[in-house]
Design a protein around this ligand. Structure first.
Ligand code: NAD
Ligand code: ZN
Length: 365
C-alpha cells in the first residue's frame, strides 16, 4: 500500500500481501476504504473480541459499523454446525458478494473465517488479523482454510486467499504464556530450516518482552510468507516447514488419546524437533554441536512429555495416518545444518523408534 505517512512493511506472500509494522491496523483502514465493501463483518472468538476488538475499532474507524460475529474459543469451533450458524447469520443480515469478512483471532478463527469467506456466495473477500502468535507466524499466512470433520483435523477446506494479512504484534499482550510458547516453536523451526541468524536471535531474546519479540515475530511471518510465495501448492520448498512435524504430529495425536495431558501443536512440534534434529545428526546430515544446542534450548523451554516405550507403536501408527506419510514410507524434512533443510528424506519405523527412545533418555536425566 503506497503511503508516506504510515509506518508499515508490506511483504508479498505470493497470492496476498502480508502487512506488518506499527501502523499495520491503520493500513487496514485504508485498505478497507479502497476495497469498498458493501458491508463489514468481524469474526472473532470470545477472547479475541474481548481483548483485541476495542483496539481494532480504535485504529480502524471503518469497522465501527461492522457487525461482530462471535464463536466459542477452541478447536471445536472449526466445525460444520458453527459454519452453518455463520452462513445463516450472514444471510439474515443480507450480506452479498461484496461484503468483507475480517477475521480477528488465532488459527481457529482465521481457518474458520477463511473457509466461510471461501464458500459464502461462492467466495467473498476476507482480511486476516491474527491475534495469537501461532496465527501471526503461521496459520493466517498462505490462504489455507478449513474445518474439522468426523474427528479428522482440517478435513474439509479450501484455498482462499485473503485480501491481505495484517499483523499487529501488540495484540499478543493478552495472550497466555502457554499459547505464546506454542507459537515460539514455529518460530524456532523457521530459524532452523531457513535462517541461522533468526535462530540465534530467538535464543537471545527475552520472550516475555513484546518489544524484543516484535521484530522476531515479523521475521518469522516473513519467512512463512517467502516460503509460501516460492511454493504455494506445497510441492517442494514448502515441505521444509514440516521439520519437527512428522514425529510431532504423531505425538500430538497420541497426547489427545493418552491419559497424560493433551499437548498443544507447538509443544508436540518442539518434541518432534528434538527427535528429528537427532535423526539429522544420526544420518550424518547435522553436526553434533548444533544438535546439542537445539536439544538443550527446546528441553529448557518445553516441559517434558513422558513416553513409555510400549507407546511407540501407537505413535508410529498415528504418523502413518498423516497424509504426508502414505505408502508405508516416512518422508522427513531433516536439517543439513542450522538454517538449512533437506526434504523427502526416507526414514524407517525402526529409526523413528530410536529417535523416540533418544527423547525418553534425554528427559529421564
Ligand atoms: N491454515 C494454516 O496454514 C494453519 C497453520 C497452522 C495452524 N493452523 C490452525 O490453527 C489452529 C491453531 O491456532 P492457535 O494456536 O492460534 O489457536 P486458537 O485460535 O485456538 O487460539 C488459542 C487460544 O488463544 C486465544 N487467543 C488468541 N489470541 C488472543 C489474544 N490476543 N489474547 C488472548 N487470548 C487470545 C484464543 O481465544 C484461544 O483460546 C489450529 O486449528 C490449526 O489447525 C492453520
Ligand atoms: Zn506447525
Amino acid at each position: 500500500m503506497a503511503s508516506k505517512s504510515l509506518s508499515v512493511q508490506e511483504i508479498d506472500a505470493g497470492s496476498h500481501p502480508l502487512v506488518m509494522g506499527a501502523d499495520s491496523l491503520r493500513a487496514l483502514d485504508r485498505r478497507l476504504g479502497e476495497a469498498e465493501g458493501s458491508a463489514h463483518f468481524v469474526l472473532g472468538d470470545e477472547n479475541t473480541l474481548r481483548h483485541c476488538l476495542p483496539e481494532l475499532l480504535a485504529q480502524v474507524p471503518r469497522l465501527r459499523d461492522a457487525e461482530t460475529i462471535g464463536v466459542a474459543p477452541g478447536e471445536g469451533s472449526k466445525s460444520l454446525p458453527v459454519c452453518q450458524d455463520i452462513w445463516m447469520h450472514l444471510t439474515a443480515r443480507a450480506a452479498d458478494r461484496e461484503a468483507i469478512l475480517i477475521t480477528l483471532g488465532g488459527g481457529v478463527v482465521t481457518d474458520l473465517g477463511g473457509f466461510i469467506a471461501g464458500t459464502f456466495k461462492r467466495g467473498v473477500r476476507c482480511v486476516h488479523v491474527p491475534t495469537s502468535l501461532m496465527g501471526m507466524v503461521d496459520a493466517a499466512i498462505g490462504g489455507k482454510s478449513g474445518i474439522d470433520l468426523g474427528g479428522v483435523k482440517n478435513n474439509v477446506g479450501v484455498f482462499h486467499d485473503p485480501l491481505a494479512v495484517h499483523v499487529h504484534v501488540p495484540f499478543l499482550k493478552s495472550l497466555g504464556k502457554r499459547e505464546l510458547l506454542n507459537g515460539v516453536a514455529e518460530m524456532v523451526k523457521h530459524g532452523l530450516v531457513r535462517d541461522a541468524a533468526h535462530w540465534e536471535a530467538i535464543q537471545q531474546a527475552p520472550l516475555h518482552d513484546l518489544d524484543a519479540l516484535a521484530p522476531l515475530v515479523e521475521r518469522s511471518a516473513t519467512i512463512k510468507a517467502e516460503v509460501v510465495r516460492e511454493d504455494p501448492r506445497e510441492r517442494g520448498t514448502r515441505k521444509a516447514l514440516n521439520f519437527g512435524h512428522t514425529i510431532g504430529h504423531g505425538i500430538e495425536a497420541y497426547s489427545w488419546e493418552a491419559g497424560q495431558r493433551a499437548l498443544l501443536h507447538g509443544e508436540a512440534v518442539a518434541i518432534g524437533m528434538v527427535c528429528e534434529a537427532w535423526l539429522s545428526w544420526r544420518l550424518g546430515l547435522l553436526d553434533r554441536e548444533s544438535n546439542d544446542r537445539i536439544t538443550a534450548y527446546l528441553l529448557e523451554l518445553y516441559k517434558p512429555f513422558v513416553l513409555q516405550g510400549d507407546e511407540d507403536h501407537r505413535i508410529i501408527e498415528l504418523m502413518r495416518n498423516d497424509k504426508k506419510n502414505s505408502a508405508g514410507q516416512f518422508r522427513f524434512t531433516l536439517l543439513t545444518g542450522i538454517g538449512a533443510a533437506r526434504v523427502d528424506v526416507p526414514i524407517t519405523a525402526a529409526q523413528v523408534q530410536e529417535a523416540l527412545e533418544h527423547y525418553r533418555l534425554l528427559i529421564r536425566v
